[in-house]
Design a protein around this ligand. Structure first.
Ligand code: MF3
Ligand code: CO
Length: 248
């Protein structure tokens, strides 16, 4: 069942979303060669606390950190570590969920570290652009898979692949609510979009084949062929007009 949120609930998510957006913007200036991914975790932890909020990923299904940091061929759910040092040419996806008074906002960005290849930059830009192509259909009058389809065609037209094993989702009082939102599929299927729906829309894309494996830490998802992966996510409110992006 898709939960339609009240204005009050959306207001709490908006507050959480502002902090998520602030953190992701600051990380864009902070991430540099020689930095350990645990430093990203510490910054997230400290900043959400300073705003009286919570990093909702910590402890979620036993997840051990406050944020996910996924490097190069890691797609999602990489665990921050003091041993994982970012090098020039790496790309790192940061995915966080901020919780305020029981309501959540989920967002992700992929950053280049130092000088990155043209192909890596193209992958990162494509994930972001695919999200915004999806946004053209994130409004009343369309069905959910219209968003999915727009994302898929944008990504595949650039010669990249769409990850199948992870999907976007409804969000609000729970991190993962109905509906599931694949980044692929035929247009015109699934529920009709309605104002008050709050959705985490998150293209996860890769250079090569979309098959993934989970590492022995039980969390980190990697592309099996070793190709780079990029992630771009915002929490979105469906309205009677343009969608409202809570985490931008
Ligand atoms: N933020 C992720 C998402 O987009 C969920 C991460 S799982 C966790 O749905 F365990 F790390 F929280
Ligand atoms: Co999400």
């Amino acid at each position: 069942m898709i939960i339609i949120k009240s204005n009050h609930e959306i207001e709490l998510m908006r507050e959480a979303g502002k902090v998520a957006a602030y953190i992701l913007k600051e990380l864009g200036n902070m991430i540099h060669p020689g930095m350990a991914t645990i430093e990203i975790d510490r910054f997230v932890e400290k900043t959400v606390k300073a705003h009286g909020m919570k990093a909702a990923e910590k402890g979620y299904c036993g997840y051990p950190a406050s944020v996910c940091t996924s490097v190069n061929n890691e797609v999602v759910h990489g665990i921050p570590s003091k041993k994982r040092i970012l090098r020039s040419g790496d790309i790192v996806s940061v995915d966080l969920v901020v919780e305020y008074k029981g309501y959540m906002a989920d967002a992700a960005r992929t950053y280049g570290v130092g000088e990155i290849s043209k192909e890596a930059a193209h992958l990162i830009e494509t994930a972001e652009r695919a999200f915004f192509e999806g946004m053209k259909f994130a409004r009343e009058g369309y069905r959910l898979s219209d968003v999915s389809h727009a994302i898929q065609t944008t990504v595949e037209d650039e010669g990249f692949g769409v990850i199948r094993d992870f999907v976007g989702h409804g969000i609000g009082g729970d991190m993962h609510e109905d509906p599931q939102i694949p980044n692929y599929g035929k247009a015109g299927k699934g529920p009709r979009l309605q104002r008050g729906m709050t959705l985490a829309i998150e293209p996860m894309i890769c250079q090569g084949a979309y098959d993934v494996d989970i590492l022995l830490d039980d969390w980190t998802a990697v592309t099996i062929d070793g190709g780079l992966a990029a992630h771009y996510e915002n929490t979105v409110v469906i309205t009677d007009g343009e969608p409202e992006l809570l985490t931008l």
